[in-house]
Ligand binder design. Structure first.
Ligand code: FES
Length: 152
């Protein structure tokens, strides 16, 4: 008789899903609370996961590596077909979208790094002169007088 770990059609316990995905059980429960993965309960009230949840976990992990928020992943999963199982084409579409977002973040970070470059060895933190503290003089355009930093 085949054990559940060897049976390719068997559903997975949370421990098996953790072992197969390399994701901690606590993280899997967190993903489930966020609606990123799904389970059902056995008669004994134990969680069971369809094997396809491994694909969803893999996508969540890949998205996290790219800095994509879990909320964004959840929105993407909501667009999946009724069975909610991401196919190769789904991953291709999502990864292309997230690559564009990653490119935009890299560009913004490079600009931020450039702004910070002028501060090295300066230390003035001037609202009038420091492009890092007051990018594009955003505080000046808000009117005269002192401005709160958290308004930036
Ligand atoms: S600290 Fe002086 S320019 Fe930023």
């Amino acid at each position: 008789m085949e054990s559940p770990a060897q049976d390719s059609t068997a559903e997975l316990t949370v421990g098996q899903l953790s072992a197969r995905s390399g994701v901690a059980v606590s993280a899997l429960h967190f993903y489930e609370r966020k609606g990123l993965i799904r389970s059902h309960r056995t008669g004994g009230n134990q969680r069971r996961y369809d094997r396809s949840e491994l694909r969803r976990v893999a996508i969540v992990r890949a998205a996290q590596r790219a800095g994509v928020s879990l909320a964004t992943v959840a929105e993407a999963f909501a667009e999946l077909p009724a069975d909610g199982v991401p196919e190769k084409a789904d991953w291709q579409r999502l990864s292309a979208r997230w690559r564009s977002e990653l490119d935009a973040r890299i560009e913004a970070l490079q600009k931020l790094r450039g702004d910070l470059g002028g501060c090295i060895g300066c230390g003035c933190l001037s609202l009038a002169d420091c492009g890092f503290v007051n990018p594009n003089d955003a505080q000046g355009s808000a009117g005269p007088g002192a401005r709160a930093f958290d308004a930036m």
